[in-house]
Write a protein that binds this ligand. Structure first.
Ligand SMILES: C[S@@+](CC[C@H](N)C(=O)[O-])C[C@H]1O[C@@H](n2cnc3c(N)ncnc32)[C@H](O)[C@@H]1O
Length: 250
């Protein structure tokens, strides 16, 4: 459970992030969607079902996401194979950051497919746009989401990919509801999370999740586990389908 000091620090850091997002929104080169005035948000959570929620990774740390050692450390090609992507699919890369997975997924699904790349930090989307332009990848639509709403069209996604992001959601129930609605009836949400159960995974504890914790959080929010893959060096991979009939009454 977080201490009072870390809560105060966390609140301060979130305010600074919210302010920097606001300042960036005043800048040039933003889409009409990114220039929209901010909506009033409910306060973020610090813990959810006994888990401390991690700080949002700041855009200044983006180079870590595209570090040379990532492929070796996380075996990203094996993850991409396990996702069984098909040409023409609509994939959401939720919390896309600077687009490490966005561009690879976009290339695999080809020009008939589309990646909806969502992030809450406009600076991450700017980095993504630069990388997409440099690699001549055109089937990517960057979307500036808010912490409660990824702004995805209803029933539009075959797959919503959350790599190293779910544990950062400050409003997990809002995000889960929005993602459930954005999935096609047979669409899947896939969580890729650093394994809490494995002390050799060199990641801060609040950025890790156990399978037990994931299963405490997703099913009460209308998701059923449909598949798992345990072949990555550091991460769990868990696919969930829509389970609209089983949403916990609040
Ligand atoms: C650790 S980074 C992972 C980036 C990317 N998925 C990757 O693996 O390279 C987490 C990202 O999630 C984003 N994020 C956090 N909360 C979010 C939310 N509610 N909606 C969308 N993105 C969010 C952060 O801004 C950050 O860019």
């Amino acid at each position: 459970m977080p201490s009072t000091r870390s809560r105060v620090f966390s609140l301060l850091a979130r305010s600074i992030l919210a302010a920097s997002v606001g300042v960036a929104l005043c800048g040039a080169n933003l889409s009409a969607q990114e220039k929209k005035p901010p909506t009033k948000l409910p306060p973020g959570l610090f813990e959810y079902k006994g888990r401390e929620i991690a700080q949002t990774m700041h855009f200044a740390g983006a180079p870590w996401l595209t570090r040379d050692s990532r492929d070796r450390e996380e075996d990203c090609n094996t993850l991409l194979k396990a996702l069984k992507l098909q040409p023409g699919m609509t994939i959401c890369d939720m919390g896309c950051g600077n687009g490490f997975y966005t561009l690879r997924v976009a290339k695999q699904i080809g020009p008939t497919g589309k990646v909806l790349a969502v992030d809450i930090q406009p600076e991450m989307l700017t980095l993504l746009r630069e990388r997409a332009a440099a690699e001549k990848v055109k089937n990517v639509q960057p979307i500036l989401g808010s912490v409660i709403d990824p702004e995805l069209p209803e029933a539009s996604c075959d797959l919503i990919l959350c790599v190293d992001v779910y544990h950062e959601f400050s409003h997990p129930e809002h995000m889960l509801k929005a993602m459930r609605t954005a999935l096609k009836p047979d669409g899947k949400l896939v969580l890729v999370e650093f394994r809490m159960e494995d002390h050799r995974v060199p990641i801060k504890i609040e950025h890790k999740m156990s399978k037990e914790q994931i299963l405490k959080e997703l099913p009460p929010n209308g998701f059923k586990l449909v598949e798992q893959f345990d072949g990555l060096p550091w991460q769990h991979v868990m696919w969930f389908g829509r389970d609209d009939a089983n949403v916990e009454k609040k």
